[in-house]
Design a protein around this ligand. Structure first.
Ligand SMILES: Cc1cc2nc3c(=O)[nH]c(=O)nc-3n(C[C@H](O)[C@H](O)[C@H](O)COP(=O)(O)OP(=O)(O)OC[C@H]3O[C@@H](n4cnc5c(N)ncnc54)[C@H](O)[C@@H]3O)c2cc1C
Length: 387
């Protein structure tokens, strides 16, 4: 019997498994690798099948800033010890507008957590980023130091390498069911076999609810998201050479600079989440979404917005979409709590921004499931499913 089984080997689960394995024996990490062919895949998917996630300390909500700050400070150590590079500190630009408090709140929380912040008016923005078309009323927030982007795929790989090196058993398949048994927890696997553990931590992201893994209703809403990627080649690569990661406060658009993908090409990515995005409650619905190309209306709208903000993109001929899912919680923060006595805990609810601080959310979750004293500035009550 394992001491603790972590179910879900994504950004939060692989981090939790590493933190646990580096502090105790008997850790199992249960979760499949990314499928080679998404369209033909009949199992579960994940929200980390990509090369770019924004990372920064500045966030309008203190808890996201605190956890991002803690995690960012450990990226280089994770890279060094695993031998896997996943972090590019290219900076962050928040584009605000009159009446928006987004940049001011990001600045206050960012500074409190060690970020270097600079504010720019429209003329200064145009001078610094000549490829951006911004209005005369725009205001900019630049975060430098630790802000930039991470490869979520490679971060999961790095955490997995370190967890295994520290002794964790990695079981590369999905769980069908998790239930408290007379002694500990029984986990039924996709192939029909079972494993047992004294305790379990469920970290299956947007599939937690659809797979029926939590014994209690966590009030999660799973939204399907569409992203648009534009291939950046030739001279345009040079034009966008110093591009930071970006958020446009007016639309909520997040934009990542050109990043190299496994097909050898570099893509700039844009996404915008909205309340009318499709919601999923069933496994079949989520699987179909992940196999697809997303919403056509989003492709049209995001393409137009990108071309307006970056006129140079009008010269790019190759655009495509991809799908992902986010897991929204009732509080807007992850739920990290026991859901069945002191045996089954969950760490779910990235709320569309769980990548940057995943190592810290994983550390907090590892502490909860292993019964350690609370050791985060984020209050335990705020992460409870009862809140
Ligand atoms: C389009 C998009 C853009 C985003 N951009 C950003 C960003 O810029 N910055 C940022 O910080 N965050 C961003 N996020 C959010 C971030 O990716 C998520 O918050 C993060 O991936 C959540 O981590 P997780 O471990 O909860 O879930 P995941 O990373 O999805 O991991 C869940 C894991 O559970 C596994 N699993 C599923 N079902 C089972 C099962 N039954 N048994 C076992 N294992 C299972 C999956 O295989 C997966 O490995 C974005 C999300 C999306 C969709």
């Amino acid at each position: 019997m394992h001491r603790i089984a972590v179910i879900g080997r994504g950004l939060i689960g692989s981090a939790a498994a590493r933190h646990l394995a580096e502090n105790m024996d008997g850790i199992a990490c249960i979760g499949p690798d990314e499928p080679e062919n998404h369209q033909a895949h009949t199992g579960v998917f994940a929200s980390h099948y990509d090369e770019g996630r924004m990372t920064r300390c500045g966030d309008p909500t203190p808890e996201w800033s605190i956890t991002a700050g803690q995690a960012i400070r450990r990226y280089r150590d994770l890279e060094r010890r695993s031998g896997i590079r996943f972090y590019s500190p290219v900076g962050y630009l928040g584009l605000g507008h009159p009446g928006s408090t987004h940049n001011a709140r990001c600045a206050a929380n960012g500074v409190a957590n060690g970020a270097r912040i600079e504010r720019l008016d429209a003329p200064a923005l145009r001078a610094r980023y000549p490829y951006l078309s911004v209005s005369a009323a725009a205001d900019g927030l630049i975060e430098s130091g630790g802000a930039g982007h991470i490869s979520p795929r490679r971060m999961v790989e790095a955490q997995t390498v370190l967890a295994e090196r520290a002794g964790a058993a990695c079981i590369r398949q999905a769980a069908r069911a998790v239930r408290a048994a007379s002694k500990g927890v029984e986990i039924k696997l996709w192939d029909g076999s079972s494993v047992t553990a004294e305790k379990a931590l469920i970290t299956a992201g947007s599939f937690t609810q659809a797979c029926g893994l939590s014994p209690v209703d966590l009030g999660l809403i799973v939204f399907g998201r569409t992203v648009v990627l534009v291939r950046i080649e030739g001279e345009i690569k040079e034009v966008l050479r110093d591009m930071p990661t970006m958020i446009v406060a007016r639309t909520g658009a997040y934009i990542l600079p050109p990043i190299r993908y496994s097909d050898g090409h570099s893509y700039l990515k844009i996404g915008i989440g909205h309340e009318s995005d499709p919601r999923f409650t069933t496994l079949g619905g989520l699987q179909t979404w992940f196999r697809g190309n997303g919403a056509k209306t989003d492709r049209v709208a995001f393409t137009a917005r990108s071309k307006t903000l970056f006129p140079v993109l009008n010269q790019c001929p190759a655009w495509h979409t991809n799908t992902c899912a986010i897991t929204q919680t009732p509080t807007g923060l992850p739920v990290i709590d026991f859901v069945d006595g002191d045996r089954i805990a969950v760490a779910v609810g990235g709320c569309g921004k769980g990548a940057k601080g995943a190592d810290e959310w994983g550390r907090i979750a590892a502490g909860v499931v292993s019964g350690q004293p609370w050791s985060s500035e984020v209050s335990r009550e705020k992460l409870s499913f009862r809140t």
